[in-house]
Design a protein around this ligand. Sequence first.
Ligand SMILES: [Zn+2]
Length: 426
Amino acid sequence: MIVGVEEEKGILSISFRLEESDLPKPTEKFQIGQRGCKFHLPRGVNKEEIHPDHLALVIVMLCSPFCKGRIRLPGGISRRFFESTKIFSRFDVEPDHFSVEPYQPPDSAKLALSFSGGVDSTAALALMPENTVCVFLDRPIRGKSLYDKDAQYHICEELIGMGREVLMIDSDLEYIRDPVGFPVDVANSAPAVLISQRMGFNSIAFGTILESAYGIGHERYREYSLGRHFRTWGGLFSGAGIPLNLVVAGISEVGTSKINVSHNFGSLSQSCIRGKRMSPCLNCWKCFRKILLDKVIRDEEIENSLLDELFEIKEARHFLRSFPIKHENILTWITSRYAGNHKLMLELKHRVRGDKMTLEWLEYWNPESANLIHETCRESVIENIIREIGCMDEEMLEEMKNWDMGEMLNSEHYSSIHQDFIDSIS
Ligand SMILES: [Zn+2]
């Protein structure tokens, strides 16, 4: 992969030229789309103010899935950052030179949050110090799309109104992938990474939650800090002098929703990216889950008419047909607290084992995630977490670590329950 970088009038353009050995279609799921992208840098920021290691980190996030052999950079990087790229076995990073000083945050460094306006990153913001800078990736909408930015813009404006520092950076980086999406999950932080030197950031926070970090939304528990994702991206961000700051990695979706329900700007957050502000589309999988989750957290009755409506959502029915269901743990938590008589809801409860377990530990913080929180805010963030939701005890920790859906997935009993449920919702 040969990479070009240009800047004109505050617009930074990164371009990719594939070489023979590269992988235009690395998996069945996606292929390379447009061969580059643009960033509209904040007023007054130009290419010279972007640290070369930060630019290189962005390049690696954007093109690494499609690279084999090498990534040829247009400029130099530091030795320290170069060392961190050795984790990749499929390609080498080839800079022009190594005469770059590694990035050192200033004494007056600030915390950055890669902010999406959703429930998880809003909960992260609620837990972080007030001078945290939110960096919002403003994604252009092209052609027919269900994506609606109204709710996201609204929360950014509200936060600015509350005196928070929010930077909105326009970039079409998701179009590098076809179908459109982030080439790697951490790529949503590219705008924050690019302005790190100019802003004096000492770390980049994400809204990564327990389900993603520790495998709870998946088949079984894994220790995140020993896994491939953290070794790769944790290493690269540290190499660039802006380590990952995973403030909600020890909190499940139940916990982040609880924090939002109790926190003063939590009511602004919206996970649905299709509806207008304060009126989610009521027609997507996220709406299905979040509406039920919030109802239970607020201790409100779930009416049969609402359930009728929710089970009519086509996208929800599609997700509910999977075995296991994506974020099945959340549905277990919700249904175990459901005491009504709606037929499909009761069948779902049976299917996701809400009749067998309550997963109470999803309401509390996993203290083993403390080492994923940046040292400069660790103490205050933990204090806030303990105040908002509390900490898992030994027994809960044990239950979390035993999370494993393998037995259920392999049992004939649950296969037939699954089949019956599919028939019911079809
Ligand atoms: Zn929705």
